[in-house]
Design a protein around this ligand. Structure first.
Ligand code: GUN
Ligand code: ZN
Length: 439
C-alpha cells in the first residue's frame, strides 16, 4: 500500500446509500472526530476516528485539523457550461432568445486560445471555491476551448468530463461546425484527452435544434466507436424549444425519440433539464438507463419550468437523476445554492427534499449517475481524496441560526443546504492536496 502523505481531521461525513427519507441517518458514515489518511497516489488510504487512526500518521506529515467543521466528499456538478462565465446573470429572456442574444455572442470569444486559457483558470478557481471537485462541462464549438479546459484541470489534479459542443445549424456561422468536422474534432479530442490522467470525454451535441440529423448520426457513431465516453445534451427544457424540435424532426415520436433514433440514449448519457416529458419519454429514458439532470437555478432563472422529480422517479419506471448548476443559464456555481433552489422547486411540486437527500445527491448520487461511484463521491478507501470542508457558522445568519441547533446533525445539514454557499466552503482538496483555502 501507498505511504500516507496527508492527514485531514474533522467531522467526516459520507453516504453509503441514498437515504430512505428524513431521519434515515443509517445511510451515513459519520465520525464526529474523524481522521482521513491520503496515500501518495492521491487516493483515500483510511477513514476512521481520530483515536483509532492517529497512530498511523507518519512522522513529518502534519495533520490538517478542521476542528468542528464538516468534511464531505467534494461536490459533483453534472452540467455546466465553461464558455458562459460571462453570460451568467444576463437579463430578461427565456431559452431561445437567451441563446441568441447572449450565449451565442459570448461563446464566439472561445475561438481564441488565450481567452479560453484565461477563462479556464477562472472556471477552475470558481468551481474549487464552491467545493466542486468534479464537473461535467460543455465547451464551446471550438476544440481549443476543451484543450484549454482539460489542460487546466489536469494541472490542478481535478477530473473533468467535458466535450466540445457540436452544432452545425441555427447558430452564427462563427459558432458552427459541420457533421464531418464535428465528428473529426470530437474524435481527435477523445484520442487526446479521454483517459488522460483524470480527464474523460463527453460527446456533446448541444441540442436537437442546433444539430442536423447527419450530425446526431455522427454523435451516435462516436459513442459506438468509443465505449466509456459520456454523452451530454439538452432535452425538453422550454416549450418553444419543444415546438421547434417537433417542426425540425416531424418523423420523430417526441423530443426524446429524436435522440433515441441516433443511438444517443443509454447509461452514460446525461440529458439536461427534462422538464416537460411525456410518460412515453420517461419510460424510454428509464428503459435505456439514461440520466435526467435537474438544474434548478437555471430552470427558475430562464423560466423553463419545474422539474418533476416524483414523476421521473416513479417506481414502475424510475429515471436516474442528477443535480447540476447549468451556469450560465444557472445563477450560481454553488451546489449548496443549487440544492437550496431544488428544495424550492420541489416545494412548488408539493414534495420535500431532505438535507440528507440533497447532500447525497451532490456527492454519491451524482457519482452514481456518472457511473463513477468507485472513484469519487464518498469517503472510502480507494476513492480519490477530493474533499470539501464546510463551516456551519460561516455567515452571521448561519451562526445565529445555529444557536438553536442543539447537536442535531440533520438540522445543521439542512441549514448548510439552505443558507450555505461559497462562504461556507472553508477548504477544498483535490487528491488530498489543498486546492482552495477560504480567506
Ligand atoms: N439548450 C441549448 N443550449 C443551451 C445552453 O447553453 N443552456 C441551456 N440552459 N439550455 C440550452
Ligand atoms: Zn445547459
Amino acid at each position: 500500500s501507498q505511504p500516507v502523505t496527508a492527514a485531514i481531521r474533522g467531522r467526516l461525513l459520507s453516504f453509503t446509500r441514498a437515504p430512505a427519507g428524513p431521519g434515515d441517518l443509517d445511510c451515513l458514515t459519520y465520525h464526529e472526530d474523524g481522521l482521513l489518511l491520503v496515500g501518495a497516489d492521491g487516493r483515500i488510504a483510511a477513514v476512521g476516528s481520530w483515536e483509532e487512526l492517529r497512530g498511523q500518521v507518519p512522522e513529518g506529515v502534519t495533520v490538517d485539523d478542521h476542528g468542528g467543521r464538516l468534511v464531505l466528499p467534494g461536490f459533483i456538478d453534472t452540467h455546466i457550461h465553461f464558455p458562459q462565465t460571462q453570460v451568467i446573470g444576463s437579463y430578461g429572456t427565456q431559452l431561445l432568445d437567451w441563446l441568441e442574444k447572449y450565449t451565442f455572442i459570448e461563446e464566439q470569444k472561445y475561438a481564441d486560445p488565450a481567452h479560453a486559457a484565461a477563462n479556464a483558470a477562472f472556471f477552475l478557481d470558481e468551481l474549487l471555491r464552491n467545493g466542486t471537485t468534479t464537473a461535467v462541462v460543455y465547451g464551446s464549438v471550438h476544440p481549443q476551448s476543451v484543450d484549454a479546459l482539460f489542460a487546466e484541470a489536469e494541472a490542478r489534479g481535478a477530473g473533468l468530463i467535458a466535450g466540445k459542443v457540436m452544432m452545425d445549424r441555427h447558430a452564427p456561422a462563427a459558432l458552427t461546425d459541420t457533421a464531418e468536422s464535428g465528428y473529426r474534432d470530437s474524435k481527435a479530442l477523445i484520442e487526446r484527452w479521454h483517459g488522460q490522467g483524470r480527464q474523460r470525454y463527453a460527446v456533446t451535441p448541444r441540442f436537437a435544434i442546433t444539430s442536423t440529423a447527419a450530425q446526431l448520426e455522427a454523435a451516435g457513431a462516436l459513442l459506438r466507436e468509443h465505449p466509456g465516453v459520456h454523452m451530454q445534451t439538452h432535452l425538453s427544457e422550454n416549450t418553444d424549444e419543444i415546438a421547434e424540435v417537433r417542426r425540425l424532426f416531424p418523423a420523430a415520436r417526441d423530443y426524446t425519440d429524436v435522440y433515441d433514433r441516433f443511438g444517443l440514449l443509454g447509461p452514460t448519457s446525461l440529458f439536461g433539464h427534462c422538464i416537460h416529458l411525456s410518460e412515453a419519454e420517461m419510460a424510454r429514458l428509464s428503459e435505456s438507463g439514461s440520466v435526467a439532470v435537474f438544474c434548478p437555478t437555471s430552470n427558475l432563472f430562464i423560466g423553463s419550468g419545474l422539474f418533476d422529480l416524483d414523476a421521473l422517479s416513479a417506481g414502475r419506471r424510475p429515471v436516474r437523476t442528477a443535480l447540476a448548476t447549468d451556469v450560465g443559464g444557472g445563477t450560481s456555481y454553488s451546489m449548496l445554492r443549487t440544492a437550496a433552489e431544488a428544495y424550492k422547486v420541489l416545494q412548488l411540486r408539493r414534495r420535500n427534499l431532505p438535507a440528507l437527500a440533497a447532500l447525497h445527491w451532490m456527492t454519491r448520487g451524482n457519482a452514481e449517475a456518472l457511473g463513477m461511484a468507485g472513484e469519487i463521491g464518498s469517503l472510502e478507501p480507494g476513492r480519490w481524496a477530493d474533499l470539501v470542508v464546510l463551516d456551519s457558522h460561516a455567515t452571521p445568519a448561519m451562526n445565529h441560526r445555529m444557536e438553536t441547533v442543539d447537536g442535531d446533525l440533520e438540522e445543521e445539514l439542512f441549514i448548510q443546504v439552505t443558507l450555505g454557499d461559497d462562504r461556507s466552503v472553508a477548504a477544498t482538496y483535490l487528491r488530498g492536496r489543498s486546492s482552495h483555502l477560504r480567506q
